[in-house]
Design a protein around this ligand. Sequence first.
Ligand code: NAP
Length: 339
Amino acid sequence: MMAVLENSSLKNYNTFGIDAKAHFLVHITSADQLKQFILDGTFSGQKVLVLGGGSNVLFTKDIDGWVLVNEIKGKEKVAEDENYFLIKVAGGEDWTAFVDYCVERNWYGLENLSLIPGKTGAAPVQNIGAYGIEQRELMISLEAMNLKTGKISVFKNEDCEFGYRSSIFKTKERGNWFILNVTYQLKKTPAFNLEYGPLKAAFEESSPHAISLKDISEAVKSIRRSKLPNPAVTGNAGSFFKNPVVTKQKLERLKSNHPSIPFYELEDGAIKIPAGWLIETCGWKGKNLGNAGVHEKQALVLINKGNATGAEIQHLARKIQSDVLKQFEIDLEPEVLIL
Ligand code: NAP
């Protein structure tokens, strides 16, 4: 069993590479180990933060209480029928390695979500999405341990209240659960989603029958590598803000000053505006403020230019929010959890 670390640096536990400290930090490698901590009263009266890959968090100060790092491993095929496989994957598995594992076996569905940093247990929390697919479209259920009682509950897809980059685990159940494993239903035959511009462009010349699962996964990886900084080299947490959703009337007002504003109409008729475009139009793309910066190839990504503090990144985020509010009357909401 992994020892409890006291006053441990979190620098290697968050993709921003922020050097905050955790009062107590422990790697959780099994449900039984976690249950024992809970039943022993170890966390009683203390704050508990569950970390996956730390790829969607910004530490602006040291963390009181406990940081639990999900290191539970394992993946298995739990059922299959004519059309589908059911795959159960432990929360501490690396998401990208899991997607690669599925792609190698020709299990269809997760390919557009290739190369998203983080662990599988965090995928439902944030309802990760990319290139027109969200994990909720494939997730059947998950098992989570209640951090107060040590009891395990099953959450079916509909129990998770999934929304755009959101779930019950980010809202009313925040901080209450440790996600042990997630079960996905993957298809035996292809049903590719190539709607998003860069993916569509990558396969424009290809005959649909000639496109393989591996081709799509590789294309997604190469698009991501070309636009997004590698967190192992440059600290970042992917998209820092959510793409705002506005009414059609608001879009019309925006168009009068900005006729070329990009937008996407959602199923319910509301309009999604790329936050990256708003930030870029305010002149922030590629700019720095102290050790914090805005990525030069994608303005939605804030970066650690080296030894930035979380407060510096937050300061930059606030400046951007204030400029976007002034220029567009749109209040950008962080996607990253700011602690
Ligand atoms: P992009 O192609 O520069 O497009 C900007 C935004 O426009 C995207 O965020 C996307 O919204 C939206 N969009 C583009 N094409 C669309 C379409 N055909 N229909 C509806 N909406 C469309 O985006 P990007 O930054 O390179 O990212 C590509 C994908 O990877 C996006 O889905 C993005 O969310 C995802 N991604 C997520 C993170 C993260 O940290 N959460 C980081 C990098 C990339 P949506 O974001 O709503 O899809």
